[in-house]
Design a protein around this ligand. Structure first.
Ligand code: ADP
Length: 319
């Protein structure tokens, strides 16, 4: 029977992480389990930055973005010696199990700890929606809302000036933020890892839309695919639109989590504690068809990306 658990956030932060920390803390305390908040991800785990959490430690946090625990990257956590130092620190502090909120890198750390006798459960905390084993990650909905709000504003001004807004969004090799926002904002073009980048085809499509009488256009591009400033310049030269590039950047990671993310994080946090009480470790929590589910981390990180073909087909039919 576990007596004390730790909770940490790792990798890139995402809105809703605090709601997850809160749910883990409160459901554990309700079950008579002590909780420590571990600061700064695996770095704090190794260094022993453990804060005893009470019910009130997570008060007033559900609506705040970011993570009250801080997040960090510790690449050395992959090394056996550093990992063992972490295991020893947890044992010294009588921490029996840990809930890790982060992306798939963080999941691998959680799996390594589990293999060394500390049961860990992973929760998908990332805006990118790039984790298999769940339909949605914690923070995706908030980031999507932020993007849509920004692109709607760009649309208003680009409409008045015969512009083409080229907007770079995040995604970490996953096109979900781009295709969901593309559909939501009525974009003309989306460029993602799934579509690939065919510059000529993009310019031709814009020229065609211009001929149809469009007064503005929106192109949404996933990060790390092409230089959006360069694309905007080419649009200015090759079409009648004035190309303008906008990189939304870290604004997408911030803000108060949407109710959807708060509920998702709360459900997932409670599930993580249930799994630990059942004696499980090395699992990650997800949502599938509105049901909270779990699967082995090993399976989750080796799953191929599920297809979004239906979304791209739909997008093409709406332009
Ligand atoms: P994310 O969790 O958002 O994918 P990273 O990939 O940067 O972010 O991973 C976050 C942290 O998880 C890393 O800094 C490292 O401490 C830990 N981590 C990543 N991969 C592994 C691994 N293979 N084994 C152990 N720990 C890992």
């Amino acid at each position: 029977m576990i007596k004390k658990i730790g909770v940490l956030t790792s990798g890139g932060d995402s809105p809703g992480m605090n709601a997850a920390i809160r749910a883990v803390t409160r459901t554990a305390l309700m079950s008579g389990i002590e909780v420590v908040g571990i600061r700064d991800g695996y770095r704090g785990l190794v260094e022993g930055l453990y804060i005893p959490f009470k019910r009130s430690s997570v008060s007033e946090t559900i609506s705040s973005g970011g993570t009250i625990l801080g997040s960090a990257r510790l690449p050395e956590f992959k090394e056996e010696a550093v990992l063992m130092k972490g295991v020893e620190k947890l044992k010294e502090n009588n921490v029996d199990a840990v809930v890790v909120i982060g992306g798939d890198g963080s999941y691998r750390g959680a799996l390594a700890l589990t293999k060394h006798g500390i049961n860990c459960i992973g929760l998908p905390g990332t805006i990118d929606n790039d984790i298999e084993g769940t339909d949605f990650t914690i923070g995706f909905d908030t980031a999507l809302n932020t993007i849509v709000e920004c692109v709607d504003k760009l649309r208003d001004t680009s409409n008045s000036h015969h512009r083409c807004s080229v907007v770079e969004v995040m995604g970490n090799h996953c096109g979900d933020l781009a295709i969901y926002s593309g559909i939501s904002c009525g974009a003309e073009v989306v460029i993602t890892p799934e579509t690939g980048y065919d510059e000529e085809a993009v310019l031709e499509k814009l020229k065609y839309l211009e001929k149809l009488g469009k007064s503005h256009a929106i192109v949404i591009v996933s990060e790390k695919i092409c230089d959006v400033q360069n694309l905007a310049d080419k649009i200015s030269k090759a079409t009648g639109f004035a190309g303008r590039a906008t990189i939304l950047g870290h604004i997408q990671r911030g803000g108060s989590p949407t109710p959807t993310d708060r509920v998702l994080a709360s459900r997932m946090g409670a599930k993580a504690v249930e799994l630990l009480i059942e004696g499980k470790g090395g699992e990650c929590v997800g949502i599938k068809n509105n049901e909270i589910v779990s699967m082995p981390i090993e399976e989750c990180v080796s799953l191929p990306r599920s297809s979004r073909k239906e979304f791209y087909r739909l997008f093409d039919r709406l332009v």
